[in-house]
Design a binder for this molecule. Structure first.
Ligand code: F6R
Length: 603
C-alpha cells in the first residue's frame, strides 16, 4: 500500500506534494519521492529518499525546485526492498515521462521481459517501473491516448499518475483496484490516494471508479471509461477537518483498520497469487513436520493455520509461543520447516527463535507485513500480508491477512503434494474470494455490536468459547478485549469449560460463544446450555438464519454463511468490533493501550 499525489496549478508544486505526502505517510513510509517539470528547461526533476517524508523534506531543504506540475509518492515496499532505485516516481528511458503507482502489477514479469527485449533497461526491482517504460514505448499523440493503450496491457490493481515533458500542463491518472481521487481547486487540480492528502486545498472531489482514466489540467478535468467514452462525474463535497480525515472519519485507527479488512483480504489474495514463491512450496511439500512460532495475535493466526495445513497439506504442525519454542529441545532435521509469523517482522522473540531453528538446520519461512523488516531478511523465504501500515497497537487487519496467507499456503502445498484434489482447491478458493463482501456485511452490524457492547461494558470478566478451528478465534477475542479495555478475559476451548472455568460462571459473567453452523455446532449448543443453566449471559456469534441459537442467547451477532473451514475469517470480525466498542465506550486509549508497544523488540 503506497500513497500517491499529483498537482497542477499556479502554486509551486513541491510544497503541495510534500504536504500531501505527509498526510499519506500512514499508507507507507519506507521511501518517498517527487517528480516536477521545471518550466525553465522543460525537464523532469526527480528527487527520492529512503526513509520517512521528513527525510525527503530534509533532502530538499536547500534545493530550489521550481515548477507548477508534479507527482509525489510515499512507498510501502511490496516488490523490491526500500532503496532509492525502488522508490517512486519512476522515469521512462529517455526521461520524458514520470509515473507514480499504488497497487500491484500482476503481469509485470511478462511485460518487463517484452520491454527488455526492446532495449529498455530497468533500474529498479519494482513492478511499477514497467508502467513508465510502457508509456514511452506505446506513446502516440498524447498521454491520454497512450493511457488507454497502457491500461489495456496492465493486469492487477493500480492507481497511477503520469506526467510528461511532452505535455507539461497535464496529469493523466488511471485507476483500477487501488483508490484515487481528484481534488478540484480554482486554477489548480490534484490527484491523491485519499481525500486527506489535499483537504488543505479543496473540499470538492471526484472519486474515480475502476476502469476510469482522467486528464487533469489546472482548469479542466475530463474522465473517460476504458472505451474512450466521456464519463460525467458527480462532485463530492466533504466537510471533514484534516485530523478526522486522517482516520477516514473513524474515531480511532483501530476502528478504521477493522473496516479495512475487506480490502486487505482482497489485496493479500492477489498479492499471494502474483508473488508465488514456487521454490518455497516445493520445499514445504517435502516437509515432514512444521513448527509455527509467533507471539500474541500472530500466534493465534498460527493456531488456525495448523488446522488448515494438517487438513489440506497433511503435514503435522506444532504451534508454539516463540518465547517458549526458543528454549525448548527442538526436534529438527533437514525436513523440518519453521514458520515465523510476525506483523512487524521485528518481534525479538519470534526472530531469535526462528534464527536458532535455522542454525539447527530447519528451513524457515517468515509471514510478515512490513517489507524489508528483520524477519523478512532473516528467513529463507518470506510471504507478505498486504495490509499497509497497522497503526492501532491491537492487531486486527494483519490477523485476517495472516489467516489468508496461511490458508493459501496450505492449499498450494496440498495441491502440489496431490493430497488436495484440484476441484476442492478451486471450491475453497472461490469461497475465499467471497470473504471480503461477507466481511462488509458483518461491518454493517457495527451499530448493533456497539449496542451490545454498551450492555456489557461494565463486566469485570469475560469468557470466550469456541471449538476446533474457531477455538483460536475465542483466544483472539479475549486477547483483543483485555489489551484495549483492561477487562479480564479468558479464551477457552468450549469442551474444556466443564473441567474448571465453569466454576466462574454466574449471572455477572458474559460468555461469548463462537458458534457458526459447522460440524461442531451441536456440541457448542450443549456448551451454551451449560452456561445458561448457570445464569451466564450468552453473546453468540452465529450463522445467519440460525433461529435455534437465538432462544439460548441473550444476544446474537450473525455472520454470513461460508464453508466450515473459512469461518475464522468471519467470526473474528464481530469480536474485534465488540472489544473496540467496549474500550471506546469506557474511554480507554484504544490505539495506544497502556504498557503495550506496536513492536516488541525485547525478549
Ligand atoms: C495483539 C498484538 C500483539 C502482537 C504481538 C506480535 O493485538 O498486537 O499480541 O500480535 O506482539 O507482534 P508481531 O506480529 O509484530 O510479531
Amino acid at each position: 500500500m503506497c500513497g500517491i499525489i499529483g498537482y497542477v496549478g499556479e502554486r509551486q508544486a513541491v510544497p503541495v506534494l510534500l504536504y500531501g505526502l505527509q498526510r499519506l505517510e500512514y499508507r507507507g513510509y519506507d521511501s518517498a519521492g517527487i517528480a516536477v517539470i521545471t518550466p525553465a528547461s522543460n525537464r523532469l526533476i526527480v528527487e527520492k529518499q529512503v526513509g520517512k517524508i521528513k527525510d525527503l523534506q530534509e533532502k530538499l531543504w536547500n534545493k530550489k525546485i521550481e515548477g507548477h506540475i508534479g507527482l509525489g509518492h510515499s512507498r510501502w515496499a511490496t516488490h523490491g526492498a526500500p532503496t532509492i532505485e525502488n522508490a517512486h516516481p519512476h522515469t521512462s528511458k529517455s526521461e520524458i515521462i514520470s509515473i507514480v503507482h499504488n497497487g500491484i502489477i500482476e503481469n509485470y514479469i511478462e511485460l518487463k521481459k517484452q520491454l527488455e527485449e526492446k532495449g529498455y533497461k530497468f533500474k529498479s526491482q519494482t513492478d511499477s517501473e514497467v508502467i513508465a517504460h510502457l508509456f514511452e514505448d506505446l506513446y502516440e499523440e498524447n498521454l491520454l491516448k497512450t493511457a488507454f493503450k497502457v491500461a489495456g496491457k496492465l493486469e492487477g490493481a493500480y492507481a497511477v499518475g503520469i506526467i510528461s515533458t511532452k505535455e507539461p500542463d497535464t496529469i493523466v491518472a488511471i485507476k483500477k483496484g487501488s483508490p484515487l481521487v481528484i481534488g478540484l481547486g480554482k486554477n489548480e487540480n490534484f490527484i491523491a490516494s485519499d481525500i486527506p492528502a489535499v483537504l488543505e486545498y479543496t473540499k470538492d472531489f471526484i472519486v474515480l471508479e475502476d476502469g476510469e482514466i482522467a486528464k487533469i489540467t489546472k482548469d479542466k478535468v475530463e474522465v473517460y471509461d476504458l472505451k474512450g467514452n466521456k464519463v460525467k462525474k458527480e462532485i463530492l463535497h466533504v466537510n471533514w477537518d484534516v485530523s478526522v480525515a486522517e482516520k477516514a472519519g473513524f474515531k480511532h485507527f483501530m476502528e478504521k483498520e477493522i473496516h479495512e479488512q475487506p480490502r486487505v483480504v482482497s489485496d493479500t489474495i492477489s498479492g499471494f497469487t502474483s508473488s508465488k514463491e514456487s521454490g518455497l512450496f516445493e520445499e514445504l511439500k517435502n516437509a515432514s513436520r512444521i513448527y509455527i512460532i509467533a507471539c500474541g495475535t500472530s500466534f493465534h493466526a498460527g493456531l488456525v493455520g495448523k488446522f488448515w495445513i494438517e487438513k489440506f497439506a497433511k503435514i503435522p504442525v506444532e504451534v508454539d509461543y516463540a518465547s517458549e519454542y526458543r528454549y525448548r529441545d527442538k526436534i529438527i532435521d533437514d525436513k523440518t520447516f519453521v514458520i515465523g509469523i510476525s506483523q512487524s517482522g521485528e518481534t525479538a522473540d519470534t526472530r531469535f527463535a526462528l534464527l536458532d531453528a535455522k542454525k539447527e538446520g530447519a528451513k524457515t519461512l517468515g509471514i510478515v507485513n512490513v517489507v524489508g523488516s528483520s524477519l523478512s531478511r532473516e528467513a529463507d523465504y518470506t510471504l507478505y500480508t498486504y495490509c499497509g501500515p497497522e497503526i492501532g497497537v491491537a492487531a486486527t487487519k494483519t490477523f485476517t491477512a495472516q489467516l489468508v496467507v496461511l490458508l493459501l499456503t496450505a492449499l498450494e502445498v496440498g495441491l502440489k503434494k496431490k493430497v488436495l484434489p484440484q476441484d476442492k482447491y478451486e471450491d475453497i478458493y472461490q469461497h475465499l474470494l467471497a470473504i471480503p463482501s461477507k466481511i462488509e456485511k458483518i461491518l454493517l452490524k457495527n451499530k448493533t455490536i456497539k449496542e451490545i457492547s454498551y450492555k456489557y461494558m461494565n463486566a469485570k470478566d469475560f469468557l470466550f468459547l469456541g471449538r476446533n478451528i474457531n477455538y483460536p478465534i475465542a483466544l483472539e477475542g479475549s486477547l483483543k478485549l483485555k489489551e484495549i479495555s483492561y477487562i479480564h478475559a479468558e479464551g477457552y476451548p468450549a469442551g474444556e469449560m466443564k473441567h474448571g472455568p465453569i466454576a466462574l460462571i454466574d449471572e455477572n459473567m458474559p460468555v461469548v460463544a463462537v458458534a457458526p453452523k459447522d460440524n461442531f455446532y451441536e456440541k457448542m449448543i450443549s456448551n451454551i446450555q451449560e452456561v445458561k443453566a448457570r445464569k451466564g449471559k450468552v453473546i453468540s456469534v452465529a450463522t445467519e438464519n440460525d433461529e435455534q441459537i437465538k432462544d439460548l442467547s441473550n444476544n446474537v451477532i450473525y455472520i454470513p454463511k461460508t464453508i466450515n473451514e473459512l469461518y475464522p475469517l468471519l467470526s473474528v470480525i464481530p469480536l474485534q468490533l465488540l472489544s473496540y466498542h467496549i474500550a471506546a465506550l469506557l474511554g480507554k486509549d484504544v490505539d495506544q493501550p497502556r504498557n503495550l508497544a506496536k513492536t516488541v523488540t525485547v525478549e
